[in-house]
Write a protein that binds this ligand. Structure first.
Ligand code: CTP
Length: 401
């Protein structure tokens, strides 16, 4: 059982923190809720006290004999701030301490996870951008807010990530040895399968669901990274705390990868880009012919994004990782094919999956062998795609150090 401090900021999303509190308590953690005075205008102290079974106050003066402004932070295994308002992020970034929560943030030496919620304008304001960058550079995990309906008639980026995904990020930080070792890093992950359209309704595509890439994005965010997720035709919900850029074709993915890679410390190509595209696109639906003949489909080869990025290395020290879905054949094993691909693509890490029934595609579980350009071989047993994602980030983080 861990001790979690749940700091609640004064925003309308404070009511969703009650759901988060339940998730944390149901997982067996002892949760001490520290709301700000404005948070109590949205959800009263009685709700927090009843749900947590712990005393609740915003003030440093209540129970001063226990020195709560120091002890609560010192005793915490994790501090989660949800919702983190623009004001709270600013106070935390500048080390202000005018209530119990901001004092707790200064005395805590454990991981701190912020789940911001505010209007889009406030999130995008240079002051907030600078405060978020400061907190991330100090090792705090600041999730990106979700997009959607905001208070009143507005919609856009700024919604509190849903309580389940905040809880998932919190649980990952509570795992032993799972420090936010990607804090201050920018990572780019591609996910899904590209589509190459023949006409407005038909495309060449593949079976990639995007699950492994999404697991990579959410685990990197939980480890403190700023994450750009390039999603090719994925129907999964956006992971909490990452910026999602949608692409359709391999050419669009290439452009997005090269643009994002300019500032990235690591790029993981988990997407399955189509290797070929139709030589021509027909602007209206291709019709059946009266004589029953089928049209010939001429294909041209797409660029190999991973190979191009590995040779370009737009940023020094950048770690580039790829995936290889392989089957063995009479000439070579799965790993032989993997090694040859690593040499050919010149990336730093290649995650080799054996493909076949029940493996890799559309499944929640995966097993793999991760080959390093330095000759290292890391076997990851069959398990959740998040575990494989963490094994990949372990190797990336070691190379970034
Ligand atoms: N990849 C890429 N650009 C492409 C094709 C693949 O960046 N046009 C990346 C994938 O994202 C993956 C890795 O390369 O990380 C391996 O993909 P794979 O399809 O196995 O490689 P290919 O070069 O297409 O090899 P094969 O001839 O075995 O299909």
């Amino acid at each position: 059982m861990s001790t979690v401090v749940l700091g609640v900021g004064g925003g309308i999303a404070a009511y969703k923190a009650a759901e988060l509190l339940r998730r944390l308590s149901e997982a067996g953690h002892q949760v001490r809720v520290v709301p700000t005075a404005s948070a109590l205008k949205f959800v009263g102290a009685a709700t927090w006290a009843a749900l947590s079974g712990q005393p609740v106050t915003s003030e440093v003066w209540d129970g001063a004999d226990q020195v709560p402004h120091v002890r609560i932070g010192q005793g915490a295994d994790l501090v989660v701030v949800a919702p983190a308002t623009a004001d709270l992020l600013a106070k935390a970034a500048h080390g202000l301490a005018d209530d119990l929560l901001t004092n707790t943030l200064l005395t805590a030496r454990c991981p701190v996870l912020y789940a911001p919620a505010m209007h889009t304008e406030m999130w995008e304001h240079p002051a907030t951008r600078a405060n978020v960058a400061t907190l991330r550079s100090r090792g705090a995990v600041v999730l990106d807010p979700a997009s959607g309906r905001l208070t009143g008639a507005d919609s856009g980026k700024g919604r509190l990530p849903d309580p389940d995904s905040i809880a998932a990020a919190a649980f990952r930080l509570l795992r032993p040895g799972r420090a936010p070792d990607l804090a201050g890093r920018h990572v780019v992950v591609s996910a899904g399968g590209t589509r190459e359209y023949l006409d407005p309704v038909r495309f060449l595509g593949n079976r990639s669901s995007g699950r492994q890439g999404y697991a990579l994005a959410s685990t990197a965010a939980a480890r403190g990274a700023t994450v750009t997720l390039l999603a090719a035709n994925v129907s999964l919900p956006d992971p909490a705390g990452v910026s999602v850029v949608r692409v359709v074709s391999t050419l669009e993915l290439r452009e997005a990868v090269l643009a994002a890679a300019a500032t990235a410390d690591a790029v993981v190509m988990a997407a399955a880009p189509a290797d070929f595209r139709p030589a021509t696109y027909t602007g209206s639906k291709i019709k059946k012919r009266d004589d029953g003949s089928a049209p010939a489909l001429e294909l041209v080869q797409n660029p190999d994004i991973l190979a191009e990025l590995s040779s370009a290395r737009p940023r020094s020290g950048q770690v580039v990782a790829g995936f290889a879905a392989e089957t063995g054949d009479e000439h070579a094993s799965v790993l032989d094919h993997g090694r040859a691909k690593l040499d050919r693509k010149k990336c730093d890490l290649l995650v080799v999956n054996e493909v076949g029934p029940g493996k890799a595609f559309e499944s929640a579980d995966n097993a793999a062998v991760i080959l390093g350009s330095d000759g290292s071989v890391t076997e990851v047993p069959f398990g959740p795609k998040e575990d494989l994602a963490d094994a990949i980030w372990d190797l990336v983080a070691a190379r970034l150090r």
